[in-house]
Ligand binder design. Sequence first.
Ligand SMILES: Cc1cc2nc3c(=O)[nH]c(=O)nc-3n(C[C@H](O)[C@H](O)[C@H](O)COP(=O)(O)OP(=O)(O)OC[C@H]3O[C@@H](n4cnc5c(N)ncnc54)[C@H](O)[C@@H]3O)c2cc1C
Length: 394
Amino acid sequence: MMDHDIIIIGAGPAGLSFARAMAETKLDILLIEKQPESVLADPPYDGREIALTHLSHKIMNELGMWDLVPEEHISLIKTAKVMNGHSPYALSFDHTEVGEENLGFMISNHRIRKAAYDSVKDYPNVTFLNEVTVSKVDTDDDKGWVELSNGKRLEAPLIIAADSRFSNTRRMMGISTNLLDFGRTCIVCTMEHELPHNDTAYECFYYDRTVAVLPLNNGQVSVVMTLTSEEDTDVLGMDEQEFADDVAQRIDHKFGHLKLSSKRHPYPLVSTLAKSFCANRFGLIGDAAVGMHPVTAHGFNLGLRGAQALAHEIQETLQSDGTFPPNIALERYSRKHRKHCLPLYHGTNALVRLYAISDYRTAKFARKALLRLGNHIKPAKRFIMNQLTETKDI
Ligand SMILES: Cc1cc2nc3c(=O)[nH]c(=O)nc-3n(C[C@H](O)[C@H](O)[C@H](O)COP(=O)(O)OP(=O)(O)OC[C@H]3O[C@@H](n4cnc5c(N)ncnc54)[C@H](O)[C@@H]3O)c2cc1C
């Protein structure tokens, strides 16, 4: 007799969403999380404002998570503009082109985490083990098991790792991973602005630096700035006014006067892609499977899609006695979801590299050409639009 049916390592947004997607099967699910349960119930603000697609909206609705986010904390993106440096030319997308009220949604990461926790916490078959870490994980033909920092050992037929892009358990299971360290830092914060944002998201590419400004409610925008790791201490060390003026100048004063309304949160820019999303009785979801560069805002959207896809594959093979063949579901999930992630991962990294090369004339030409092609070649525009909104995948 095993201790649980499924052990999930990591109760971040991906681990929690997967637990919720499996909760109604009545399988016995354990979430192991190093942070205290009080932090899951009331996560602190971490600077991340997450752009969500229509597909994510649909999945969060189905999982009962969407309605747990108060409406006033959901903002809409209706238009998006991609700019090349200070050039006035923009690659533009408008919600009317997809026949929806908006291109996407914005919700703070801490509110997504809270909604995901609240959606699952009352299921009697889902339990939490907090303030412990997994120090060892392994599997054999019959079972998987984890050893915890408190010395305890727990067994289950299936182990799922949702323990971030720097997943230790992925390494313990010998899954090799493509890791790309951009040598850059991303600084995120919210700012009050003087001129209306008109529900428009701006992505401005300057050589070696990008600034994205995303519309929020209550006269605020989310600012996402990427810069070289040498510059980050200087920028984080600027006083609030100096920083606000620097951002305003970088985005050509499109929003008038700016004022910081949160702390500045730095994140190292490292993207990761596991060579496979599964091993024997062991699966990877969320950032542990694919950790995206934030510039194309795919990270959690892919995490949610993957969590739902794996839950679907397990449910397809679930027998009436509550048993299931884990490796069949894992292999189907890994093959399909990795195929979906692969072009987005490499495409995003190529885009980041193109805008990071400052000296080459060909790169300069390619940057200008890309925006014009995107605007004028209809299939290219439709393709980018669907990646932004995922309306065709609903
Ligand atoms: C600046 C920034 C902006 C972003 N913007 C967007 C966006 O606009 N749209 C979008 O879709 N995505 C975006 N993302 C990506 C998104 O935030 C991530 O994809 C998402 O948070 C990943 O969730 P996760 O649950 O996989 O991992 P995490 O959030 O990293 O959670 C992992 C959990 O595992 C726990 N853990 C780790 N190791 C162990 C262990 N050994 N034992 C027990 N517990 C453990 C951790 O405590 C944590 O709770 C952004 C990311 C950044 C950094």
